[in-house]
Structures are given as C-alpha cells and as structure tokens.
Design a protein around this ligand. Structure first.
Ligand code: GBH
Length: 462
C-alpha cells in the first residue's frame, strides 16, 4: 500500500469541499418508517412480534404505524427534494415481498417499491436499495430458526435476486445486509433486538457465519438476476479504531485492530478468510464452515457501505501479542442523546481510510451517519437542533479531510430523513432532519434540515 492515497481521477477534486458528483442523500429503513404492517398482504416480521412482547421497547410502542410512510411516501419524497438530496437509501421489507420468507411472492408488496422508485426518479433522486434491515419474515424464524440455519441465508439470496431482477432497471445500487454486527450481537446474544435470543457463544458464532454467508449468496444472486452493471455491496457498522494520538505506530496499531475486530464481517468479506487471531479467540466455539463458504462470502463487491456514528476504540501501539491496546472510555466521555452515541467525529475520517488502506477498497459510501437529539420545539414552534448541527458539522469536516486526501468516498447518506421507530428505544429517540408528530404524522423541518440543504448546495460543509 502506498503511504499516500492517490486520487482516482486527478483534477476532479476542488481544493476544499467535496469531490464533484459527490452523492448526497438521506437514509431510512422499512420497519422504522413504513407502518402498514398488515396491509396488501405483508407478512409479519420478527420485529413486529418482538415489539409486541411486553417489556421490549422503552416506550411500549411498536412499529405498526411508525411514520405511515407506506401511505405518505409521495410527501416524503418531497421532503428529500426540498433538501436538494440526490439520492435516497431505503430498505425493502422482505415480508412484503415474500410474506412467508420464501415460496409464494406477493406482487402487491413489490408494487409499493415500484411506486416509490418511480416517484424518486421522477423527482431526480437516485434510489439506493437495502435488502435486509433486520425485518426477517417471522415464518423463517419459526420454521428454520432464522439465521441459526443456513437455509435462511439461501432464502435471503432467493429474495434478493427476485427483487434485483425487478428493480435493477431503475435502481442501480443494492446493499445486501445492514449491520451484520448489530443484528447478530444485539438480536442473538444480548436479546435486546429481535428475535430477542440469548444464544451460547458457539451458536452466536454460527449465526455470524450464516449471516456473512447470506451476504455472499445474495451478492451472487443479485449478479445473476440483476441487469448488467448492477452494483452491490454490504452496509456495515464496522468497529472503528481511532489512533489515540496520530503517530505512525498508533495508526498502524489502529489498522491492525480494525482488521482483527471486524474479522467476522468486513475482514472475511474482503479477504476471504477468518483471521488466525479470530479463530484462536473463538477456539472450540468457532463456527462450522467450508472453504466454499469462504469463497461465497468473499464474492467480489463493487463498493463498501459504512455506517459511522462513533469511534469504538481509541488505540495505542503496544508490545503485547496483538500489537495494540484499547483505551477504556472514561466515565466523563461525552455522548449525544443516545447514551451509546459517544462524540468522536474522527471516526468519520478513520473508518473509510482504514477500509481503503487495509483492503484497497476503491469505492465507499457512508451509508449512515447522524445523531439523536431531544428536539423540543421552542416557543416559536421551531426546532433549533444546534446540537445535531454541531455533531454533523464535525463529522462532515472529518469526511472532507478523508476525501481531500484521496480516500475514495463517493457519497454520504444522513441518518435519518425523519424521526422514526428507533428499535428498542421506540419513539423516545429522534434522529430526523424532519420532526415527526406521531399523533398527526405532521413533518416539520428542524434547523439541521437547513444546514444539510446548505451543505448539499455548496458541496462543502456549511
Ligand atoms: C444504526 O445502527 C441502524 O442501522 C439504524 O437502523 C438506527 O436507527 C441508527 O443506527 C441509529 O441507532 O443498546 O447500548 O448496546 C447504529 C449502530 C450499534 C447503535 C449498536 C446502537 C447498540 C447500543 N448501533 N448500538 S446498546
């Protein structure tokens, strides 16, 4: 790897601001916004069932109605247009397409996405499709044990190919699975996300492998069924390791740590093998797999999507076996409204830089970045979310640092277009540029919407 990254297209970058044709967008996911949970033949998902279980969601809410986007999508596309956004990342609800997970498709479910994609294109907004944002059809959980079974990975590939075949004439970018890491750990180990399981170490490691396999199989299936030139990649929340002090040794240590701590997803996807350190750590709890599995998981991809919110570790070089130490987060470390959302905008520089340097990734999208904030309207009715603006500005400055050094980031999707169902936090945490009144479904722009519009207009941090 060269010490300095060279630009892929010399002269395409201005000296400040973002590269020309940088893709500015917003992001959402089906469960979090659509509602219409039982409409037009949609089957139940594991999140429907989980949310209806006593004690799972902070405010006892569920996603049955959410932002009612299923009915209000036209108006929501206008919100994007007002921002001047050029792209939109949304997810498809698998149980709308295959109510049982596999078998008989439900054409009415797909119709909704045909309408949405057409509406986006009519408004000059490019659709970026996520195929799995955690809403597994309940039938697959019941029949197969969900991701505990390889058959779920196969079913996912079938569904992914089915959708790609029908949408790829208009949608050119597909993300396979959103945040393997979170769906595995929170859903299958900690039990605080659907399906709410607390499996053993060995079982969780197998689930992790099956999910990675699902990614790989779906890449192959999208290639087989999508129109020529359909681009595909993962959208992962990698563990971002930041050098605590930017010395050469610490930067190297942060790279080593990033590769090692993401061994189960990004590393195996891009390298085609589990690292020795990872397998040694798992010992007798390591997953069962074949070499063929690894070849499938590492099927060539066109880009890498990174969801970046915070640094996961501050790292220093060390003489120990692994070559690094992780500094523990001090109790005084500041965070945003979500207690996990530690403030560390450098993560936005290091995440794509690590991907480019460690694995030679040539095309990167920031598939999510954003923050929760309290967002109480002021007496004049406006939401002056200057804390969100502060957070976004700092992250975008770090992203600009990356692109100006030639790290190949092609676009940025802000999480999120509007307040929505924030999983186990229900509606108690707001991430939107637009405030949603969940009683009336009224959307109101926050001050951060103006900030983002201005940033897009300038193609530079406002
Ligand atoms: C993303 O995950 C999701 O893709 C998106 O759907 C979500 O709305 C958005 O971020 C905001 O949260 O409960 O203390 O264990 C973000 C990364 C990693 C954030 C795991 C929550 C768990 C915190 N997530 N983290 S904790």
């Amino acid at each position: 790897m060269p010490e300095r990254l060279s630009t892929s297209s010399a002269g395409a970058r201005p000296t400040s601001g973002f590269p020309r044709r940088f893709v500015w967008g917003t992001a959402t996911s089906a469960t979090q916004i659509e509602g219409a949970a039982a409409e037009d033949g949609r089957g139940p998902s594991i999140w429907d069932r989980f949310a209806h279980r006593q004690g799972t969601i902070a405010d006892q809410s569920n996603a049955d109605i959410a932002c009612d986007h299923y009915h209000l999508y036209r108006q929501d596309v206008q919100l994007m247009k007002t921002l001047g956004a050029k792209a939109y990342r949304f997810s498809i609800a698998w149980p709308r397409i295959f109510p049982e997970g596999s078998g008989q498709p439900n054409p009415k479910g797909l119709d909704f996405y045909h309408r949405l994609v057409d509406e986006l294109i009519a408004n000059g907004i490019e659709p970026f499709v996520t195929l799995y944002h955690w809403d597994l059809p309940e039938g697959l959980q019941d029949r197969l044990g969900g991701w505990m079974s390889r058959d779920t990975a196969m079913a996912f590939a079938g569904y992914a190919g089915y959708v790609a075949e029908r949408l790829s004439d208009r949608a050119r970018h597909f993300f396979t699975i959103n945040e393997c890491s979170r769906l595995v750990h929170l859903g299958h180990r900690l039990g605080i996300d659907a399906p709410g399981l607390k499996l053993t170490e060995a079982e969780v490691n197998q689930v992790r492998h099956n999910v990675a396999l699902g990614h790989g199989l779906s890449v192959q299936s999208i290639r087989a069924h999508g129109k020529a030139g359909t681009a595909v990649g993962p959208a992962e929340n990698i563990d971002v390791c930041v050098p605590a002090i930017e010395t050469e040794a610490n930067v190297r240590a942060a790279e080593v740590a990033t590769r090692d701590l993401n061994a189960g997803y990004m590393t195996v996807i891009l390298e085609g093998k589990y690292t020795d350190a990872y397998l040694a750590r798992l010992g007798s709890n390591a997953p069962k797999y074949t070499d063929e599995d690894l070849r499938i998981i590492s099927s060539p991809i066109d880009f890498v999507g990174l969801n970046v919110y915070k640094p996961d570790h501050y790292v220093l070089a060390a003489d120990n076996e692994c070559g690094f130490v992780r500094a523990p987060f001090p109790a005084s470390f500041p965070h945003m409204d979500s207690s996990w959302l530690n403030i560390g905008p450098e993560a936005m520089y290091w995440a794509p830089r690590h991907a480019a340097r460690l694995w030679g990734v040539k095309s990167i999208y920031i598939t999510e970045n954003g923050t929760s904030a309290v967002d109480e309207p002021a007496p004049d009715g406006h939401v002056y979310d200057v804390d969100r603006i502060m957070y976004l500005r700092n992250c975008l400055m770090q992203l600009q640092r990356a692109t100006s050094e030639g790290v190949p980031v092609r676009g940025y999707f802000l999480w999120s277009l509007m307040d929505n169902f924030e999983w186990s936090d229900g509606f108690s945490k707001r991430f939107g540029l637009y405030r949603v009144d969940f009683d009336t479904q009224r959307r109101t722009p926050k001050l951060s919407a103006s900030f983002y519009r201005e940033t897009i207009k300038r193609n530079a941090v406002a």
